[in-house]
Design a binder for this molecule. Sequence first.
Ligand code: HEM
Length: 496
Amino acid sequence: MDLTVILVVIAIFCITLYYIRTPGNLPPGHFKFPIFGSIFLLHKLSKRRNHLVFADEARKYGSVFRWYLGNQMFVVLSGMDVINEALVKKAEVFSNRPENKGEVTGATKGIAWSNYGQYWRALRKFTSRALRDFGVGKTSIEEKISFEIQFVIDTLQSADGQPVSISDLIRKLVANVNYEIIFGKRFDYDDRELDRMTELSEVLNNASPISAAIFLPEFLAKLVKKTDSEIEKKRKAVLNDIAKYIGEQIEEHRNTFDPANLRDFLDLYLDVDRNKTDEEDSFINRDSMFWIIVDLFVAGTETTKTALSWAFLYLVEFPGVQEKCQKEIETKINDKAIQYSDRDRLVYVSAFIMEVHRHCCMVPLNIPHCASEDSTLSGFHIPKGTVILPMQYSVSMDPNLFKDPETFDPERFIDEEGQLINNLPFVPFSIGPRVCMGEALARTEMFLVITTLLQNFKFLREDPNIPQSFESDANCSQLNCPLPVKLRAIKRKQTE
Ligand code: HEM
């Protein structure tokens, strides 16, 4: 028998086995080859950004389709209706996380990777309280952010029109705000300590949530996508370093702890730890604290920095939009210090920020969810344990919701009476019980940074003759990041 015949026989055997064992009414999609899963799709995913591949597949199979990595079934959700069905209407079933993902690092002990249930609820409640008590949603967080913005203004001013990496400056600003909330301290922008947490955020965000290293044995993962296993190794090393750092910070706080004066997130933890009043408090311990802090830095540094980097890229490449933002700030606020409460008056700036979220679609694929029991989506059978991938990109780029979705146009969020349209189904921070915990913080940071810097500077390309690319940085896999944004900032009084 020659090789072709043997391969044909194996293929027929696999297909037969597959159809015999597949329960009816699963969503349409890809065939599961033994060991690897949907190898043809995996091959495409290793060559192109995942959400772009999935968008093509959704055109072929529809708004709910399935594929496999190893033995694990994945279902991709495309379009607002089915995303809403899974994350809101059937939230009780579809709010778990895939187990394999967290097990690799231990991250199931934090908020972002723990299953929907009592433990997750206790951690979320504690963290919401901590974020609230230490400023989020209050003027005190605005003061912290404005204090950091002043450092960025000073740096831009001393650069005197020379190219500056705005991405880098913003990363430091955002990290310092997090440091203040959690550890009650900040660092100078040239202090290496400041890079420790930002490195963590970068490394963890760069590991794809559907990484082969998580769902396949290591030797097979290397064959599918070599870089995945390398990222996993780096991730473990960075986590060990961070564990040591957080341990030191807890000890430092314990030595200076005063229950009458809770200074930050760590003090709140020490307070709950010494005085546990209900069952939920028993989940707040050193281990869970470590993972909550990791989650806040990972979920809250690279994200806001990336969204702001995109914002400055659009401002530089669309000078007309930049001018309109500045004109509005000038007319409505002039040179008074801007506050978050001014956003209602700054309609065009608010529309610009919404369009940045929509057009760059920084989180094109949500953090994966998982089915906790057998259920249905759009009438298809979804077995317990299926990994669910809500595709935000499909909503942002839906031509039925947004005319000419590829065009960058803040005016689409302003109605004929000049009012902000904010009831469009549009989900950059996700929806349902697992909605982003840092939404209020991220929105405040974005608004204050953009408006205050626009009040002070005109932003220009690094080189006037070379447009900055809108291509995504291939090193980011979970987030859609721009290539590092460099620009020139000219003090506004000099230009007008
Ligand atoms: C522009 C900035 C941000 C965007 C676009 C964003 C977006 C998201 C998205 C899409 C999710 C997944 C929700 C789901 O699974 O359905 C998420 C989860 C999360 N985010 Fe954000 N995020 C941002 C900033 C932040 C900040 C500043 C923090 C905290 C300091 C934060 C903390 C979290 C946490 C803890 C989760 C996990 C929630 C859970 O699993 O219960 N995020 N975020």
